[in-house]
Structures are given as structure tokens and as C-alpha cells.
Design a protein around this ligand. Sequence first.
Ligand SMILES: Cc1cc2nc3c(=O)[nH]c(=O)nc-3n(C[C@H](O)[C@H](O)[C@H](O)COP(=O)(O)OP(=O)(O)OC[C@H]3O[C@@H](n4cnc5c(N)ncnc54)[C@H](O)[C@@H]3O)c2cc1C
Length: 361
Amino acid sequence: MDTESFVLPVLGVVEETADACSVQLGVTPEVEAHFTYRPGQFLTLAVPSEETGLAARCYSLSSSPVDGGPLTVTVKRTVDGYASNWICDNLKAGDSIRVLPPSGIFSPADLDHDLLLFAGGSGVTPIISIARTALARGKGKIVVFYANRDESSVIFANEWARLSAEHPDRLVVVHWLESVQGLPSQDQLKSFASHFASYDSFCCGPAPFMKSVSLALRELEFPRERRHQEKFVSLGGNPFGDVAELQKAEATLADADDHEDDDAPALAGPVRLEVELDGSTYEYDDWSGRETILEFLESKGLDAPFSCREGNCSACACMVLEGEVKMAHNEVLDEMDLADGIRLGCQSTPLTEKLRITYNG
Ligand SMILES: Cc1cc2nc3c(=O)[nH]c(=O)nc-3n(C[C@H](O)[C@H](O)[C@H](O)COP(=O)(O)OP(=O)(O)OC[C@H]3O[C@@H](n4cnc5c(N)ncnc54)[C@H](O)[C@@H]3O)c2cc1C
């Protein structure tokens, strides 16, 4: 994945609802190669700030990579939030904004598979990208459960109606309005999902909604590889800085930590790592174990996913299949994720002499 940032022109800003807007970005032929993306991925925007220089925030792409439309992110105002309000209040056609290329793993491996998509509020952004792309390129059925506070907060209402009318045999969209039905309970979500137990599920929305969906799907015994979640959190740091300098600083810190950490058993020799990434398997037996998984894979020239490098986003999430790691910092994975073996590659160092991990699925 790319570490370089790019300044892209703003082609237009579309008001979607009273508190959400879509920002369309231009990609010139010179930078096009950096902006190919999979549905469900996000961009990281550098929002100017007089206070801190910039505030880095991730925004999922609502556009589809296959329909020829402009690269588009959709931003919903967060009450008292800095970046989301700045974007909705200030950005306009003719401006430009610095972004990091697409990133993230919240994307179907197989667009032909039947998809069960759960969205709450602004969580619809990656969901509509996945739906648009699967309708254009896949063959499966798509069921969308979209929860909102009330009718006026439904983002892409017309687009969902248009897609449903165009694909009556493949797409069903169920709108759930809190103003009418109350918050969807775990039992209601479970009852809904029970009709689609063989589908691949993707869920994005407020934390309580995602928790209810996740518990419902677990009760229905959806296997881990068919349960995908994207969490919306704000980055604390600045991934736009000099990445080489950052890595050097992190390596120094990692060395210092090594001496101070009494909990971690010292590893006698180099660590053996087997990693599945982008459909290939790589094996190494010369990992000192001092660098994080991400740093080690980068040193081997692999394009391991990452964004914030701080444990604040889940772009670098991988699953530990064998062995154990410790994470220096984790703001996004909850107990259930950890129980499933998910870890953040940018924060994980090995505790065992053999480690097997996967970024697939
Ligand atoms: C993978 C991913 C995808 C996402 N996709 C979307 C999406 O598609 N749509 C969407 O709407 N959201 C999305 N989000 C959430 C988004 O990144 C932000 O978290 C959200 O917009 C809230 O950011 P905010 O700055 O408005 O609010 P907050 O982060 O709550 O803003 C308050 C913070 O800003 C700081 N602050 C206040 N004033 C200033 C200032 N002048 N300069 C600098 N900092 C200041 C404060 O210290 C405080 O920490 C996504 C998040 C992730 C991780």
C-alpha cells in the first residue's frame, strides 16, 4: 500500500441530507495508479487546522470503482466534531485536499457471493459502495438493513430506490427508522438475519448497533470469516508525516520497550512467520521480533495494509491463526474481536517463536 500522500482537486460537493455531504475528488492520469480501490475501502483526508496543522480523518468511499463515477467520500457531521464540520462547511468545487490512497480490508473477497449488508447512519458509505459494485460485477443476492434516526437522515434514499428498482431480483433494501420502530434490538436483528444465514455479512454503523448485529450473527453461528465490521473512529495522530522518520522513531521505541517489558518472555532466537496476504503465502525465519508485524513485512517489501500506525484504525487488522502476539496499543478491537484472534499489525510484536497470520478474509 502507498505511504505517499496526494493533493486532489475537489470536483464538487453534494448535500446528501441536512448533516451529510459527498465530496467528489478528481484523479489525474498521473496519479490514477495510486487510486484504484476495492469497494468498502477508505481514504484518509488531511483536514487543515490552525491549531494542529492538520487533523487526519478516514472517510469511506461511497463511490464504486466500476461505474466510472468520480472518487467520492461521504461525510456526516459529528456533533462538536472538528473535521466533519470543517469538510461540510468549507470544501467546495475548485478547492483541493491532501489525501492518502485507498486503504482497508472491509471488502468482499467474492462479489458473486450473496451479501447481507447492515448500515447505521453514516455507516452506509462503504455499504453502498459494496452494493453498487456487487450489483455491477457480481451475481449474488444483496440484502441491505439500513437503520436511521428518522426519514430525513437517510443518506442515498433516492439511490437505494433506484438500485432496488433496477435490480428487483437481486437487491432488497429494508429501511429501519428509529422514529417509527425504535432502536433495532438484538432479537429483531437476529430474526431478520436468520433468513440469510448463508450470506457474507458486512456491518458498519454506531458502536451499539454494530455490537447488536455482531451478537445476533454470533447467535446464528455465522462463522468469523463471514462476519465483517468497519468501525468509524477518529485518528489521534498524523499519518501524513515523514513515514521513514516515523518508522525510525518507532523502531527506537520498540527497542526501549523490549528492555522494559517484564511481562513478555524473551524470545531466544529469530521468529518464524507465515503470512497469507493478497492470496499468496509468504514464509520467513529471520524476524528478530523487535519490529511490529507491519514493520517486518514492509522490510520484506510486502504491501501489508495500514493507515494510522497508531492502533486507532483497523486498516492493518490481521488474524492470528497460530502463536501469540502482544499489542502496544489498541483503540479499535473489542473483546469479541480479540477472542476471534484479530490483532493490529502495526502494534503487534511476537510472544511465540512461531506465528501464522492471515490478512485474507
Ligand atoms: C475506516 C474509517 C472510515 C470512516 N468512514 C467515515 C465515513 O464514510 N463517513 C463519516 O462521516 N465518518 C467516517 N469515519 C469517521 C471519521 O473519520 C471521523 O471520526 C468523524 O468524521 C468524526 O471526526 P470529527 O473530527 O468531526 O469529530 P471528532 O474526532 O470528535 O472531533 C473532535 C476532535 O477534534 C479535535 N479538534 C477540535 N478542534 C480542532 C482543531 N481546530 N484542529 C484540530 N483538531 C481539533 C478535538 O481535540 C477532538 O479530539 C470513518 C472512520 C474510520 C476509522
